[in-house]
Design a protein around this ligand. Structure first.
Ligand SMILES: [Zn+2]
Length: 124
């Protein structure tokens, strides 16, 4: 399986960064239920080549994020503006909480909702 990134994949990351940043890091195996992605998101990410199936267990599929796609997502993330706390966006800290995202500032306790993160992404 090739790990190179197609144009469709690169374009999807540019156009739909708020969706792509919800994807777990490359190297981890994960299932949809562990993310806040919907089934439709997953199908699109798969079709665009951002993620790939590593295992099938009935209807449950196990996914991996492609390394090249993950690298491109991190690059896009670094080009974003600053969050309200003055630090750079952002990492996922706790998907079960109402404010699942943190900034990348060390020793900063600011937490952000999905909408707040998306506002920064869409303004980039
Ligand atoms: Zn901060």
């Amino acid at each position: 399986m090739s790990e190179s990134m197609s144009n469709a994949c690169a374009q999807h990351i540019r156009m739909c960064l708020s969706e792509c940043v919800a994807v777990p890091p490359a190297g981890e195996s994960w299932q949809t239920s562990e993310t806040d992605l919907t089934g439709a998101d997953i199908n699109r990410l798969h079709a665009k080549g951002v993620i790939r199936v590593v295992e099938r267990d009935g209807d449950d599929r196990v996914w991996k994020t492609k390394q090249a796609a993950w690298d491109a997502i991190q690059e896009s993330r670094e080009s974003l503006g600053l969050l309200a706390c003055g630090h750079r966006p952002f990492s996922t800290v706790d998907l079960d909480s109402e404010r699942p995202y943190s900034c990348l500032g060390e020793d900063c306790d600011a937490r952000y909702s999905k909408a707040e993160i998306e506002a920064v992404i869409d303004g980039a």
